[in-house]
Structure formats: structure tokens, C-alpha cells
Design a protein around this ligand. Structure first.
Ligand SMILES: [Mg+2]
Length: 124
């Protein structure tokens, strides 16, 4: 919705353009923040997710990794595989992902997670 408010004059102009072109343009304008899980998601097919991250980034989207692992004791593997590919890696230490990221003022548009309940629940 944020882009709609800022782009009001542009959208008014785009009313004169055929719908498929308008939709493609609006999709082009909306840059997504995508949170990718590590265990059970990235680990299931790293080549697939590497290609996804590269394409999403090329299209202007931002990809971060959000894992419930503890950074100090379990983080090295994640860093080795994802550093330089994703924008940032967040380790929540078994805390639910939405609260952990919101504490950093990070609010993903899309979550990619094999176990989506951990987005909202702590794992203690
Ligand atoms: Mg997982």
C-alpha cells in the first residue's frame, strides 16, 4: 500500500494505459523483502534457493535469511553458505521470527519457511 500513496499522480496517469501493462508496471514497482528460512528450507536444495536469491535480487527484491538457530553455537554453517548471497542473516535463538525481526525494524513481505508456525511461536 505504501507505494500506492507515494505514486498517486503516477497511478492517475497510468489509468490511461491498458490494464495488463499497468499491472506489470505496479508489480515491477513493488520491491519485496523476502525472509528465507534455513533448516528444512534452504538446506533442502541450496542450488534452487541460490538461483532464487540471485533472481529475486536481480529483480530488485531483498532477500534475508531468518533462522531460529543460535548464532554463537550454530551459526557458522549458515554464514558459510549464505554470506554474500542474502542481504543479512538473522539468528533468533529459538524465539519466534516475527517478534525477533520486528525488534530490528525488519518486516518481511513474504516468508518462505518449511515450518511456518515458527514465524509466530517460540521454540523453547
Ligand atoms: Mg525450517
Amino acid at each position: 500500500m505504501e507505494y500506492c500513496v507515494r505514486s498517486l499522480p503516477l497511478i492517475t496517469f497510468l489509468q490511461w494505459v491498458p490494464d495488463p501493462i499497468v499491472m506489470e508496471f505496479l508489480v515491477f514497482m513493488k520491491k519485496l523483502l523476502i525472509a528465507l528460512d534455513y533448516d528444512g528450507t534452504y538446506t533442502e536444495d541450496p542450488k534452487l534457493w541460490d538461483a532464487f536469491i540471485a533472481l529475486a535480487t536481480k529483480l530488485g527484491h531483498r532477500v534475508i535469511c531468518c533462522t531460529m538457530r543460535y548464532e554463537d553455537t550454530e551459526g557458522d554453517e549458515v554464514k558459510d553458505l549464505l554470506r554474500g548471497k542474502v542481504e543479512r542473516i538473522f539468528f533468533t535463538g529459538r524465539k519466534n521470527k516475527t517478534e525477533s525481526l520486528s525488534a530490528h525494524e525488519v518486516f518481511p513481505d513474504i516468508w518462505i519457511d518449511d515450518a511456518p508456525h515458527w514465524i509466530f511461536q517460540d521454540a523453547l
